[in-house]
Unconditional design. Sequence first.
Length: 476
Amino acid sequence: MRYFPIFVDLKDRPVFIFGGGEPALNKARLLSKTGAHIRVFADHAEAELQRLADEGRIELHPAVDPHSVELIGAALVVSSAGDPADRVLSERARALGIPVNVVDRTELCSFITPAIIDRGTVLAAIGTEGAAPVLARRLRAKIESLLPARLGDLADLIGSRRERLAGIAPDVSARRAFWEEVVDGPIGAAALAGRMDEATVALDDKLSGRDPGAGQGVVYLVGAGPGDPELLTLKALRVLQDADIIFHDDLVTPEVLDLARRDAERVFVGKKAGTKCIAQRDINQELSAAARRGLRVVRLKGGDPFVFGRGGEEMEHLQAAGIEVFIVPGITAALGCAAAAELPLTYRKESARLTLMTAHRAADAEAIDWTGLVRNDTTLAIYMGRATSPLVARGLVEAGRDPHTPVLVITNGTRPDARTVTGTLEELPDLVKQAGEGPALLVLGQVVRRSRPWRDRFGAAISRITGHARQTESVT
């Protein structure tokens, strides 16, 4: 290790930056967060440097002679002025014992700038001793995805109560155990979710000995998306990698589960056609029981937990049991599958309304009032409609929907084995059969003509058909 990582307090201290191009701007933008007095010396400065000066965040001065500029008193010197100024400034700063950085000239630097992960009070720096800055940036991006955006808020909360705990618990190991419980438990989860008032009250209660949730874990209701692991949100990924136990559905793909912590317990609670399924009330009980054991519990659902996923029922059960529950939304099937098929679910002057609905059972399909769904400018995305597709088609046609309405059926959407077929509403039952096995989404509406599968099937005819549809709409 040649370069020793160190954090320098620059608040109210002078920092000199020489040069007015993009490298100087990047350094000024970064250093301005520290509260330093930044002086930029350049005759021709980037427009944003001028804006920073107008806002009072930096001082902008004309370029100066590098041989005669007064450097004494500077906390740092940064130069991107080009040779020979860079070399002169480096030699003078080193002679005065002032840390100096010359952009992209490691041999002229006494310090280098790492790739920085900024979470307010929490900072992380990644360096490669100047050998591979691109690699450092790549590593930063990966670590960024694992760190909560509000980590600094949690650190600030802990910092504001450290002295109080020290007065209560003089033993170092006891204090460490206390903060570990705070960070890993409901208080930390509330702070990271942005519920700072709730977290503050709970922490004060805990410090005062009033902690009804002591030793209790938390539950996250997490949307896993429609199947492609790359559609998982950053927050979902972080929660998965922190989980002690994961209750997952059949729709959650192995690739998504592979992103979870290796030693997390996995419990299958999905529903498969033709097999005996665990009842929802039993799932609710298992979730609450795991949380009472002090575990970080993840209930992992395909798509989004609040879109036909019974997430609302589980949330209400857990809240009634006094268990902290946090919602991590996911990309619902309609959005993920439509994107995979290049299908815009809404389109100006063509589809002004989008309806998400489910028709899992015959009773569901028969109970729907189809008359409100027959407008030509309405796109329907129907979940779990494979078995009831004949009832769906009949209900819509009898209610007045054009039997020639374009339809797309996609099974295993966003996954490598996805299959998509297109046709018309009157062909829907046959299209479902052609699409094969797997979770299916049915999309009906004029926008289906704009999808890639429709274009692949009908080719150049799309422009003629779409033009005819617009003409018909204008007449009606």
